[in-house]
Design a binder for this molecule. Structure first.
Ligand SMILES: [Zn+2]
Length: 301
């Protein structure tokens, strides 16, 4: 690698970006698409550093420090939260892009752009059609199908994937040499292929025990044939969207791991179960009767 990315994995994507820089073929807009917590926004931010820093992403110059703190005037950051991105925010960004740049580029870092309202998306589209000079949009999405296709077609899309457990174990062992192997293996199994999640779990014992509990609950619930036991569990989680989301994530992970590892299984049934969990997750996102969809899910598993 030419640059000091300091990220785990994604070598194909990083090489593609380095080629774009080297060949002077930088896109006006990038879209990093893929599952959450695999490092898409981290890569986006590092790319911003590499493009703006006068000295190969040195970590120490004023530009690097300002970008790190979110205070660099030519590097606008729109971090992800649960709120929609509104047209006013896009207008505000465009106004800033039209001011003279003091740096190499005018960069917009935007996380989870599927959150844009249709009005915001249309407003952004106009800028993507005729971008002001020196502008580079570096955007991420966890659900590219929810991004306006005309926007996607104007961006250079790089796809990111979950890591394999084996890869993650190797990477985390290097990052945390003082942590014992057993703990790392457990964290990597619970991190479900997500490096960001593995980092979080290794640093946050409470979160780790939360996931460990969910994992054990799910194994127990899958064992039991008793509908009432499953339903009373749902009773305990459905009012907490975050907990329900975590629960479905871990359930999906358990089912997918079974698909990969066990020989004596009904793959068609497992495939159906996986689809059912994915559907329930999307119902949850759209706030469709969560309790009912969880109950239906548990009746079909
Ligand atoms: Zn620097």
């Amino acid at each position: 690698m030419l640059y000091k990315w300091g990220v785990i994995g994604h070598e194909t994507q990083l090489s593609a970006l380095e080629n774009d820089i080297k060949s002077g073929n930088l896109a006006h807009a990038y879209l990093f698409s893929g599952p959450e917590k695999v490092g898409k926004f981290t890569v986006a931010k590092k790319l911003a550093h590499i493009l703006q820093c006068p000295d190969n992403y040195c970590y120490t110059c004023n530009v690097c420090k300002q970008i790190e703190k979110g205070g660099h005037s030519d590097t606008i950051q729109l971090r992800g939260d649960d709120e929609a991105i509104k047209i006013e925010q896009i207008r505000d960004i465009i106004a800033r892009l039209n001011m003279t740049a003091n740096s190499n580029h005018k960069i917009v870092l935007a996380e989870d752009i599927e959150r844009m309202t249709p009005e915001a998306a249309n407003c952004l589209l106009k800028t993507l059609e005729e971008p002001p000079p020196k502008v580079v949009f570096i955007c991420t999405t966890t659900n590219i199908r929810e991004v306006l296709p005309t926007i996607v077609s104007r961006m250079r899309v790089l796809r990111f994937r979950n890591f394999s457990e084996k890869f993650l174990i190797n990477a985390m062992t290097k990052e945390f040499p003082d942590t014992d192997t057993e703990a790392i293996e457990q964290v990597c199994s619970l991190a479900m292929g997500k490096s960001g999640q593995a980092f979080k779990l290794l640093r946050d014992g409470e979160l780790l025990s939360h996931y460990r509990t969910l994992y054990n609950d799910i194994l127990r619930l899958l064992e039991t044939e008793t509908v009432s036991e499953r339903f009373s569990y749902i009773q305990g989680i459905y009012e907490d969207p975050k907990l329900t989301r975590d629960f479905l994530d871990v359930l999906l992970h358990v089912l997918r791991s079974r698909m990969l590892s066990e020989h004596n299984i009904d793959r068609n049934k497992l495939m159906k179960d996986i689809t059912a969990v994915q559907n329930t997750s999307s119902f949850l996102k759209k706030n469709i009767n969560v309790r009912l969809s969880l109950e239906n899910l548990f009746l079909s598993l």
